[in-house]
Design a protein around this ligand. Structure first.
Ligand code: INI
Length: 159
């Protein structure tokens, strides 16, 4: 029984990262964790391009454009949406998630969801490297794994 899974090393190609400047204390930490994870998995910084956008709501448009450019094997998105900080949390979070999924499915290029959606600043800090890992590092690792898995998937039409 063949089992398919992605590797976490030796992935070729360039990666794009789209990061939101909103809540930049957190998103700078996500970017730092993201780049560190790329480098530690054998992807040098020269193969990672960073694109800043104003807020998480703007991420899907830029992610989709980059995913369809043919320049990148995957796009990682980084953002931070805090419920307590905004009356339109549900709109921003919902549209960011749906838009990232749309960018991925419509282009066939992995677009990874590294956007924190939390109840508080403390929760966000914890998930940006303080106590509970770094979502940016997790997103970089997921990107590498999915790119690797996609290169191993069976091709051709269903029998
Ligand atoms: N953008 C975020 O990335 N996080 C937030 O918590 C946030 N809040 O609180 O509103 C936020 N808003 C800005 C939004 O993403 C857009 O940049 C803005 O609405 C302009 O389109």
């Amino acid at each position: 029984m063949p089992i398919y899974q992605g590797d976490l090393v030796s992935v070729a190609g360039r990666f794009a990262v789209v990061a939101a400047r909103f809540n930049s204390l957190i998103t700078e930490a996500l970017w730092s964790g993201c780049l560190d994870a790329f480098v530690r998995h054998g992807i040098p910084a020269e193969r990672v391009d960073l694109f800043w956008v104003p807020g998480s709501f703007e991420i899907p448009l830029i992610a989709k454009r980059l995913a369809s450019s043919g320049e990148y094997v995957a796009v990682v998105t980084l953002g931070c949406i805090i419920r307590g900080e905004t009356g339109h949390y549900d709109h921003v979070a919902g549209q960011a998630a749906a838009g990232v999924m749309n960018a991925s499915l419509s282009t066939g290029v992995p677009v990874i969801f590294g956007i924190l959606t939390t109840e508080s600043v403390e929760q966000a800090l914890n998930r940006a490297g303080l106590k509970a890992g770094n979502k940016g590092a997790e997103a970089a690792t997921a990107a590498i794994e999915v790119v690797s898995l996609m290169s191993k998937l069976p091709t051709g039409s269903p029998k």
